[in-house]
Design a protein around this ligand. Structure first.
Ligand code: PEP
Ligand code: MN
Length: 435
């Protein structure tokens, strides 16, 4: 027997409300009180009409001892979709839901053993009995209890499935409208596009200021430049550190551009945040959770790169760390992942941009420079990213890429950047953004 996610959710809701006799919404603090009551009443009248109550014991067996079947038409089918989503959003904050699928023809004592274990682990079990197969919906708080995947240790458990996403604050369900991140007056997301550009590394005053002027003239609103550089080899240029930050400060004063720069370690967050308008978390630190928390606390917007072998779910969960620590201003940044391909440095995953925009309300930025590692491909990738409705680009630009102290092969010069800023215009217009 196969249960679709919506069907399981419907059944789960019906069964759970039946069992708790209306207490279900009491622990969903985020559901508005009147909405909970409204849904509860609909459940009550539906269940009453169909006479589902009172003929089963606490574990859902009929009084004769036979498992009861799946309840009749789930009451929640009568709900407008909006209410279901509001209700799901409510669950995000107080409970997690897992579905435990038992093997076909599992005998009653073995079913009861799993039900008892679910209760013991602090979840509220709601069994649903099919003709040959039983599933148990379990509602509980993952933050205080372990998740139930360990139940596959029982031979009678076939699988344990999640109904809800592991990321909650980052999800579209919790926040259907696009988030607009306001970087001190420069808006990103929700139809606002931002062009961020500048050198890979801040090298010296002349290099940074000439680049700042050139990218501003071409239409950029945010200047990038690494003062702290994460280099694969300890013998390569590591960045100018604090001196680089003061040059970025100077560039902001002179041009009015906002500044994005990378923070490599927790001990640097405070002083980097004093100079930066956006903190960049690099691919190598994408799951450095203590660093993410420290950046969240700084109160500055955070651009979170995707790690080079990070799954989309992990990327969104890393964003969740920042959101859960009280900072709503997160920009997701796709910068390419490691694959078998050798023609490019990384494989820019444009599908991940489309997925992230569907799954999350957060703005998504594309870094084509790390994304392919080749200056000759940057323009094409920018056009593709804008056509996919990316909310911004982060492009490496250098006055003389051949002499760059890092990533020279992928940095474009001023003329190429001017051309790029022109060429993306029709793609911006086609996707409803000002070109
Ligand atoms: C960079 O932006 O220069 C950089 C080092 O990026 P990433 O962390 O994506 O490699
Ligand atoms: Mn770089």
């Amino acid at each position: 027997m196969f249960f679709g996610a919506q069907q399981v959710f419907d059944i789960l809701l019906t069964r759970h409300v039946e069992r708790r006799q209306g207490g279900f919404f009491d622990h969903l603090e985020a559901v508005p009180a009147n909405l909970g009551k409204d849904i509860k009443n609909k459940h009550r009248s539906h269940n009453h009409e169909n006479g589902h109550r009172g003929d089963q014991d606490e574990k859902g067996f009929h009084s004769c001892g036979e498992p009861r079947g799946i309840p009749g038409p789930p009451a929640s089918r009568n709900f407008p979709r909006k209410e279901l989503f509001a209700q799901a959003a409510g669950m995000f904050f107080t409970g997690g839901t897992m579905i435990i699928v038992l093997r076909p023809h599992t005998p009653k004592p073995a079913i009861e053993e799993v039900i008892a274990e679910v209760s013991k682990l602090g979840y509220d079990p709601a069994p649903i009995f099919g003709a040959t197969q039983t599933v148990i919906a379990a509602i509980g708080d993952e933050r205080t209890h372990q998740n139930l995947e360990s139940l596959t240790a029982f031979p009678q458990v076939e699988s344990v499935l999640r109904v809800q996403k592991r990321y909650k604050l980052a999800s579209r369900e919790s926040h259907p409208k696009d988030t607009v991140v306001d970087v001190d007056g420069v808006k990103i997301g929700g139809g606002h596009f931002a062009l961020m550009a500048g050198p890979c590394s801040v090298e010296n005053e002349e290099q940074l200021l000439s680049t700042a002027r050139a990218v501003k003239a071409a239409g950029a609103t945010i200047l990038r430049g690494g003062a702290y550089k994460p280099r694969t080899s300890p013998y390569e240029f590591q960045g100018l550190g604090k001196e680089g930050l003061s040059l970025l400060d100077r560039a902001r004063r002179e041009t009015g551009l906002k500044i994005i720069t990378e923070v490599l370690s927790e001990r640097d967050v405070e002083h980097v945040a004093a100079s930066a308008d956006i903190l960049q978390i690099g691919a190598r630190n994408a799951q450095n959770f203590q660093l993410l928390i420290e950046c969240a606390r700084s109160g500055k917007p955070v651009l979170l790169k995707r790690g080079m072998s990070e799954k989309i779910e992990e990327w969104l969960l890393a964003a969740e760390y920042i959101l859960a620590h009280g900072n709503p201003n997160v920009l997701l940044c796709e910068r390419g992942i490691r694959t078998f391909e050798t023609y490019t440095r990384n494989t820019l995953d444009l599908a991940a941009v489309a997925v992230a925009k569907k799954e999350s309300h957060l703005p998504v930025i594309v870094d084509p420079s790390q994304g392919c590692g080749r200056s000759d491909l940057v323009l094409a990738l920018c056009c593709g990213a804008v056509a996919l409705e990316a909310d911004g680009l982060l492009v490496e630009v250098h006055p003389n890429p051949a002499e760059a102290m890092s990533d020279g092969q992928q940095q474009v010069d001023f003329a190429a950047f001017r051309q790029l800023a022109e060429k993306i215009r029709p793609f911006l217009a086609a996707t409803g953004r000002a070109g």
